[in-house]
Design a protein around this ligand. Sequence first.
Ligand code: F0G
Length: 354
Amino acid sequence: MRYMGLLEQYKQYLPIQENTPMITLHEGNTPLIRAEKISDMLDMDVYFKYEGLNPTGSFKDRGMVMAVAKAMEEGSRTIMCASTGNTSAAAAAYAARGGLNCIVIIPNNNIALGKLAQAIIYGAKVIAIEGNFDRALEIVREITAKHPITLVNSVNPFRIEGQKTAAFEVCDQLGKAPDYLAIPVGNAGNITAYWKGFKEYHASGKTDSLPRMIGFEAEGAMAIVKGEPILNPETVATAIRIGNPASWKGAVQAADESGGQINYVTDEEILDAYRLMAGKEGVFAEPASAASLAGLIKLHKQGGFKGGETAVCVLTGNGLKDPNNAIQSVKAEPLVVEDTEAAVMNAIEKLGGT
Ligand code: F0G
C-alpha cells in the first residue's frame, strides 16, 4: 500500500479529528540501518534510525506535520519558533505546504548553513538574535503568549505527539523494542517523545518490553547532567547547543522510568563518531546526531554492556545540513591538479594509491 504520510499512518495514535487537515510531505517511514562494522566493534547489534532522510532532513518533520495540522485546524494564520536550525527548516516547509506564515528566531552565527538556506527558501521570516537558543525560546514564548501566533517549539504538545511515531517505527522495523535507545539531547523534546511512543506501543500490546533510554548531551551544554542551566553553552554540535532544555523533566523521567541515564559526550567524541559512521558505515549524519553513537561507544568503553544487546542510535539530522563541519573535521580539501592523466595518477599516489 502506498505510504500516505505520518498522520494517515498513525492516526489511531494521534490527536486527529474529522476536521484535522491531513497534510504531508511524506515524513517518517525512515530506514533502520544495521551498523555492520560498529556492531562487530562493540559486540552488540547496533542500528541507526536514520532520521536525516525526512523531507527537510531531520526528525523535526514528524512533530511539525502534527503541530502545523493542528494550527490549521484551529484557524491559526502564523506559526513561530526558536531554533538551532532544524526546527526552523521544518516549520518553514510545513508552513509553506499549509499556506501559513512562519517566523523563526535563530542564534546569530550559530546555525549550520544548510538549515539557514532551508528556512529562507521555504519563505520564512528569519530573525537572528545576538543571543543563544535559550534566549530565543524565551522571546518566542513571550511573543506567542501575547499575540495570535502558534508556538511550534516542542513545548507545543502536538510536536511530541508527532515525534513519538519514530518509536513505533523502530519497534515495527526490529520486530521488537530494542534493549537500548541512544539519542542526542538538546531541548529534550525528542527523548520525551520516544519514551512516550515506546510506552504507548507497549501498552497497546505491540511490544513485550521497553528499551532503556540513554540520552547524551554535549559536554559544553550538559545542563541536565550538571543539574543546573548552562548560561553560555558551547559545542561543535550546534543543533544541541542548548543550556536550559525546555523538556528537562521529560528527559529525566525517560531515563529514570526506563532504567537508563542522561550522560554527556565531548566534542572530540562526537566528531570521532561522526567520522566513524560516515567512513565505516556509509551513513552521513550531522554532528549532533553523532552524540548518540558517541554515547554508546563511551558506555561500552566503561563496561556498560554485557554483549549481544540490541541498541538503536537515533541519527536525528542529515550530514548535508552542515557541509562546512564535514570538510573541517577531516581537514581535507580536494587536491587541485592539472587536467592530465599523469597528474591525476600522481595525485592518487600522493593520497595513498589505489
Ligand atoms: N539532533 C538534531 C539534529 C537537532 O536538530 C536537535 C534539536 C536535537 C538532536 C535534539 O533534540 O531538542 O528534542 O532534544 N534541534 C532543535 C532545533 C533544538 O531548533 O532544531 P531535542
